[in-house]
Design a protein around this ligand. Structure first.
Ligand code: GDP
Length: 425
């Protein structure tokens, strides 16, 4: 049975925690899109970890962890991450890497930084991990698949040369930077080859067989619906689809095998990077929520930069859940809101004097003002509660108010960062 775990919002909803928790019952965990730009923070019996490329199932002995073909694979980052785990006492994970995954090249990272610098004040707020240049090249058909590391030397050198001709044009003439050193790049690729060789296989065939045998497979998404390049806040999006539907492609399995779509939705809003954010908070109110948010504050797992924060947005979340095709909503980080006397919730957008609950295209979104409804707070610590009925009445009221507005069933409530901090509703 295949289950997807994906985000309803702008990312950082707590997917890593939910995946780590559900991985207990899973055989295989698959990353199917995006790369080391995003990150999950996981707290468990081994300690606190920031994962960027490894699937969140790596903490169990019984799981196989797959880097699917849809991933932007940064090979040195992956192996640095494996080392950071084993250094902290986690057993070496069982890892498989798709022979069709493509490689983040050193020049992708360079292009990302050069372009953000060129855009200056109009920059995207990229993490400069090379993701946009990587996916551009993939679809321009000048990317490098893992399988190509195993080409005969002359063939691989020839491809490096052909790609360098195109890249150098921009490096030299647009960015006034140095051209690619083809010999050094070949050597780097040979180092990459040595690192990945023991793990490379046809992961799509592996997963197909596993699904037929009735194995439990988790597809682990990065970021959230609103960062999807088609359905999100384009162009302030990521460069690969963040939707559960893409899980079939990025893992190479039949779409009809995805039976459950656990969509992680955060009890307030947070976002990184630029782009419209209707229910955003500023000033002291924002600072307080940021400081109290998540587990140790709302600061990026990859970059450490402060995240933007805001009230829960029913319009964006309802849309995000619909695009994912949520079968279950995991409502996370609810414990953080216990300090508030009153909790505003964004229930609609006012655009040009009209109120809507439908999420608009970016140009309209830029004009939207939040329509807020204020709910009473519960002013209590809710960590440690395991039974839904034991939650304070106003806390249940908050959950049920939101459940009605978003129109998808909240089946799990997360009230702390640990594996055991979960309430099944
Ligand atoms: P992801 O990318 O969706 O996995 O999210 P991140 O890891 O970037 O951010 C989620 C943060 O919230 C992490 O620091 C988690 O440890 C933390 N977290 C997850 N669930 C909860 C929760 O229910 N309560 C609290 N307080 N923190 C949580």
């Amino acid at each position: 049975m295949v289950k997807a775990i994906v985000g309803a919002n702008w990312g950082d909803e707590g997917k890593g925690k939910i995946t780590d928790m559900l991985a207990k019952e899973a055989d295989i965990i698959v990353r199917f899109q995006d790369g080391a730009n995003a990150g999950h923070t996981i707290v468990n019996n081994y300690g606190k970890f920031a994962l960027h490329t490894l699937p969140s199932g790596v903490f169990y002995d019984h799981t196989t962890n797959v880097i699917g073909n849809g991933v932007a694979l940064n090979i040195p980052v992956l192996f640095k991450e494996v080392k950071s785990l084993t250094d902290q006492g986690v057993p070496a994970p069982k890892l498989l890497i798709s022979n069709r995954a493509q490689i983040v090249m050193p020049y992708h990272i360079e292009f990302d930084a050069l372009e953000e610098a060129r855009l200056s004040g109009k920059a995207f707020g990229s993490t400069k991990s090379g993701i946009a240049p990587f996916y551009s090249d993939k679809y321009a058909k000048i990317g490098f698949q893992v399988s190509e590391l195993f080409l005969p030397e002359a063939e691989l050198k020839d491809k490096i040369h052909r790609v360098a001709e195109i890249k150098n044009c921009m490096l030299v003439h647009l960015y006034n930077s140095a051209p690619i050193n083809e010999a050094a790049l070949y050597d780097t690729l040979m180092e990459y080859k040595e690192m990945v060789e023991p793990y490379v296989c046809d992961t799509s065939a592996f997963l197909y067989k596993a699904v037929k045998e009735g194995k439990n497979v988790l597809l682990e998404g990065q970021l959230g619906s609103l960062k999807d390049p088609d359905h999100g806040i384009y162009p302030m999006v990521t460069s690969s689809s963040t939707l559960a539907g893409y899980g079939a492609i990025g893992a190479g399995i039949p779409p009809y095998e995805i039976k459950q779509i656990v969509t992680v939705c955060k009890a307030y809003s947070s976002a990184v990077g630029a782009g419209a954010f209707v229910s955003e908070l500023f000033g002291d109110e924002a600072e307080e929520l940021r400081r109290r948010g998540g587990d140790g504050g709302e600061y990026g797992a990859t970059t450490g930069r402060p995240r933007r924060v805001g009230w829960f947005d029913c319009v964006a979340s309802k849309y995000g859940l619909r695009l994912q095709g949520a079968t279950d909503v995991a409502f996370t980080v609810l414990d953080v809101l216990g300090y508030l006397d009153e909790i505003p919730v964004c229930v609609g957008y006012e655009i040009d004097g009209k109120v809507t609950t439908d999420f608009p295209v970016t140009a309209e979104l830029e004009k939207a003002k939040p329509v807020l409804e204020v709910l009473p707070g519960w002013k209590e610590e809710i960590r440690g509660i395991h039974n839904y009925k034991e939650l304070p009445e106003n806390c249940r009221r908050y959950i049920e108010f939101i459940e009605e507005r978003i129109g998808f069933p909240i089946t799990m409530v997360s009230n702390g960062p640990g594996r055991e901090d979960i309430i099944y509703k």
